[in-house]
Ligand binder design. Structure first.
Ligand SMILES: C[S@@+](CC[C@H](N)C(=O)[O-])C[C@H]1O[C@@H](n2cnc3c(N)ncnc32)[C@H](O)[C@@H]1O
Length: 224
């Protein structure tokens, strides 16, 4: 019998690093601020209880940036997707502590979430900050940003919506720029890399890196 088809994932789930507080936050707060994965399109206005611009964030990590952006833009709704339990717990804790009404969380593979749950032409923006660079050549196929994925993302964006990616890995930055440039539905907002948009905060890690001369590359495209 042949082995069942296993899709290539852009992440590896690490076990055993979830603190009790993170797990408790996830278990207590996910029913309030979480959206369960399902194979049916979401009504995004219903999810947030209002009609407002909708931004999807893929791979929010511990959620510091998500919470910061959401607290500075209360008129915009943010849907964060992440697989990693400590990160999900971390963002949920921040949502509760800061009383954020404009953030919802899905703990699942973003590729499947976008395919199954996000309606066509429903997003006003997409954020992908510091996606795993998978630096070894034999792992490049695991990179999240691939032509088919970008085409899928573009199909879920409204006309005029933006997609904003940032990375501190130069080779991946060029890969992202090339991949987005190859998508016929997307148009670059800059000649090549973009200046950091005001909405993306400078993280502590990034600030330290910049002082050491390390680069960060932002890429911002719009849906035609
Ligand atoms: C290097 S971290 C960056 C986290 C955060 N955006 C930041 O800037 O600190 C990349 C994150 O993307 C998440 N991730 C990777 N592939 C994913 C996928 N297919 N669906 C959801 N999350 C994913 C990983 O779990 C990880 O937390």
């Amino acid at each position: 019998m042949s082995a069942p088809h296993r899709p290539i994932r852009s992440y590896v789930l690490r076990q055993g690093r979830v603190t009790d507080a993170q797990r408790r936050a996830r278990d207590e707060l996910l029913p309030r601020f979480g959206v369960p994965f399902s194979r049916g399109l979401l009504d995004l206005n219903r999810v947030f209880g209002r009609s407002a611009p909708k931004i999807l964030e893929i791979g929010f990590g511990m959620g510091e940036t998500t919470a910061d952006i959401a607290s500075r833009h209360p008129g915009t709704d943010y849907l964060g997707v992440e697989v990693h339990t400590p990160g999900v717990g971390g963002l949920l804790k921040r949502i509760a502590e800061l009383g954020l009404a404009n953030v919802r969380v899905i703990q699942h593979d973003a590729v499947e979430v976008i395919e199954q749950m996000i309606p066509p032409a429903s997003l006003d923006g997409v954020h992908v900050y510091f996606p795993d660079p998978w630096p070894k050549k034999r792992h490049h196929k695991r990179r999240l940003i691939q032509p088919a994925f970008v085409a899928l993302l573009a199909s879920r964006m409204k006309r005029g919506a933006y997609v904003h990616m940032a990375t501190d890995w130069e080779d991946y930055a060029r890969w992202i720029l090339e991949t987005l440039s190859g998508e016929p539905l997307l148009v670059n907002t800059a000649a090549a890399f973009a200046p950091r948009p005001e909405h993306r905060p400078l993280t502590k890690f990034e600030n330290r890196g910049l002082k050491l001369g390390h680069g960060v590359w932002d890429v911002v495209f719009r849906r035609a």
